[in-house]
Design a protein around this ligand. Sequence first.
Ligand SMILES: C[S@@+](CC[C@H](N)C(=O)[O-])C[C@H]1O[C@@H](n2cnc3c(N)ncnc32)[C@H](O)[C@@H]1O
Length: 268
Amino acid sequence: MSIDPINQFKSRQRETWAMGNFGDMAVFTTPVAGHLVRYAGVRGSHAVLDVGTGTGVVAITARNLGAKVTGLDLTPALLAQAGESAALAGHDDIAWHEGDAEELPFPDASFDVVLSQFGHMFAPRPEVALSEMLRVLKPGGTIAFATWPGEQLIGRQFSLIAKYVPPPQGLPSPVQWGDVGVVRQRLGNSVTRLHHERGIMAVPALTPRHLRLFQEAKAGPFIRAVQALQNEPARLAAWRNEMDEVLGEYLHDNVVHHEYLLTRAIKL
Ligand SMILES: C[S@@+](CC[C@H](N)C(=O)[O-])C[C@H]1O[C@@H](n2cnc3c(N)ncnc32)[C@H](O)[C@@H]1O
């Protein structure tokens, strides 16, 4: 019996993002959530969906403005953290769903705003995830997302992981979502008023090695890479050297600066 490679990929994603403690990384995605929610124009009257919510930073930011919020993620361990974080914020009315960006469990035209921060970019079939996000969005509603450009720090780190631990053949790289040309082509004629903006995510670090060790401890894709190379010490050392070199290019004033891309559009 052949195993469906797409489902196999998603099972692995679910395991990967449950590794380490993404909640500690989400300290650094929290300011981006503030930027994305403002950029999307979220208001208290809106029904908002956050796809790939993780520990819920975007969902909770939208709820802080009074919006009616739903957060969806593939990884139950992160949704549990999202629920705890929402309780700390005093919110018991965010609807958390375990689910897949490629098969959203909501009727057509359910939301005024559909958001994703470094989330839907990890779905293996971009056209399927995007058509689902647009399907559940009301005509005239806003789709907005944050993604990593391939030429910036995180994109280059993903490339280094792929160089040493090749990903499954045939799936597009998630950082294609950080390319304005690709994003414009994917959104195509289904939207109007397409707009982009860039921002900087700032992560304090004394040296590249400090941040690389933090990533290796906290973030699934980095933990997986180290695991895959653990029986090849020379290659692991080479990978770490290359990672530190790249990180060093973005470190100044004891802060690593990551550039991200925001996209916003209105559904026709
Ligand atoms: C880098 S984390 C971002 C989490 C959060 N949005 C943030 O900015 O802190 C990526 C998230 O996407 C989720 N994810 C990956 N593939 C997904 C899919 N196909 N459907 C829904 N969520 C997915 C992962 O479980 C993980 O929580």
